[in-house]
Write a protein that binds this ligand. Structure first.
Ligand SMILES: CC(C)(COP(=O)(O)OP(=O)(O)OC[C@H]1O[C@@H](n2cnc3c(N)ncnc32)[C@H](O)[C@@H]1OP(=O)(O)O)[C@@H](O)C(=O)NCCC(=O)NCCS
Length: 392
């Protein structure tokens, strides 16, 4: 089949039948050993979670303009709306950022430019049009009629290298730019204990929420206080970001034999020498001394791993956190422990504990910056905008 001219195509929200069809297609890529029915059921369970309800989650399809409800759509993807904090020279602001997932073209439609075009049009769905360059009507026809229009930024994790950089809001402008893609990995062995457990507090699913909300406040304050003037943004760990990862893991267990772990994180008190300066006996741990890690698990593809999706630590609190996470990884029986973009202050400890830091070849975090009230030159933003707390 010859490729359909781009001006005859548009992106739109999938109908329920198109959603189901897209999941039946993506199963082949992301089934991780599950049957089609199991995969559909788990996706339906994810739809019921708070991070998917109301206007937070959508499936998008690229379709011929005159066949909007076709099940033979040309490409598909999903978007999650998240609250983010942006800091720029006018201060901090809570606004919207989007995560993009499951970009997929069925095999017989590949190589015709459909995924690229869908992704280019997706900027016009997500971002305020006044912050984008001029829409190229001459070659693309009219812009998408359905638009969310409130994104300051959108991000995705690329398994296809720099493909998304070529998908800009116009043919001349860049799309999603790869950012920091460092991983630190420890093999999980019986002998890599670095610090005998002190009084760590294990965190189950329920105890995570208040702690992550505390973390949201800290993350916001830290951005407000940072002296950098160039724009920077962070997703809020307590606003679905971490819960999404854990729910996805728990649902993926389905009826498998594997027992779900009880702990999804650990918090530690700061050592007395630090804490004594700022609190008297019996006083509660001040929020600024919060030190913790939250993790999820990925059993497939192998090697299976415990992956830390949020870390707040100091050089003093990092060893017991590392130790606890490794002991949980050992208990669950995964092969490695991983953390993304670990702060450099912990690097020495990585060496001492048998860990290794490297540039990942897959799951590259990529971002497209649109701005808040300011329009940055498209050639300029990729050098200056910073994604803070860029973890899993
Ligand atoms: C990646 C994918 C969405 C591209 O869809 P498409 O409609 O064929 O994309 P386009 O025609 O716009 O662009 C094709 C280009 O994508 C790039 N591409 C496709 N697969 C790639 C891969 N695995 N690694 C790197 N680049 C890749 C190539 O540059 C390719 O150009 P070529 O055909 O000249 O080699 C499709 O191959 C797919 O569904 N793959 C399986 C799911 C997947 O990996 N999704 C991406 C997850 S981040």
């Amino acid at each position: 089949m010859a490729a359909i001219p781009l001006s005859q195509l548009t992106i739109k929200q999938a109908t329920p039948s198109q959603v189901e069809q897209s999941r039946r297609q993506t199963w082949i890529e992301w089934n991780r050993g599950r049957s089609v029915e199991e995969y559909l059921r788990q996706n339906a369970e994810m739809d019921k979670c708070s991070f998917s309800t109301s206007d937070r989650f959508f499936t998008w399809v690229l379709v011929p303009r005159d066949e909007p409800d076709t099940l033979a759509f040309l490409s598909s993807c999903e978007t999650y709306r998240r609250n983010i904090i942006v800091k720029n020279d006018s201060g901090v602001k809570e606004t919207a950022g989007y995560g993009i997932a499951s970009v997929f073209t069925r095999p017989d439609f590949r190589g015709k430019g459909y995924a690229s075009h869908m992704m280019r049009l997706l900027h016009w769905v997500l971002a305020p049009h006044e912050l984008l360059p001029h829409f190229p009507h001459g070659i693309w026809g009219s812009p998408p009629s359905q638009a969310l229009g409130d994104a300051a930024v959108s991000v995705l994790y690329s398994d296809v290298g720099g493909f998304y950089e070529r998908c800009g809001p116009t043919p001349e402008t860049p799309g999603w730019i790869p950012t920091a893609q460092r991983s630190t990995v420890w093999p999980v062995r019986t002998d890599n204990v670095v610090f005998r457990p002190t009084s760590v507090r294990w965190l189950d699913e329920d105890s995570l929420t208040p702690l992550l909300h505390q973390d949201d406040r800290l993350v916001t304050n830290e951005l407000a206080l940072s002296s950098n003037t160039e724009p920077r943004f962070t997703f809020l760990p307590g606003d679905d970001q971490v819960e999404f990862q854990i729910k996805r893991y728990l649902l993926s267990l389905g009826d498998s034999e594997i027992k779900s772990p009880k702990s999804f994180g650990v918090s530690v008190p700061e050592p007395p020498s630090q804490a004594a300066d700022s609190k008297s006996d019996g006083e509660q741990e001040p929020e600024s001394q919060l030190a913790f890690a939250v993790w999820t698990f990925e059993l497939k593809p192998q090697p299976s791993r415990l992956i830390i999706c949020r870390l707040r630590a100091t050089p003093e609190s990092f060893p017991p956190i590392l130790d606890a996470a490794l002991s949980e990884a050992r208990k669950v029986g995964v092969e490695i422990m991983e953390v993304w973009n670990l702060p450099s202050e912990f690097e020495e400890m990585v060496d001492q504990t048998g860990g290794k830091t490297f540039e990942r070849e897959d799951h590259w975090p990529c971002m497209a910056w649109y701005g808040v009230d300011d329009k940055l030159e498209s050639t300029n933003w990729k050098q200056i905008v910073k994604w803070v707390n860029n973890e899993k």
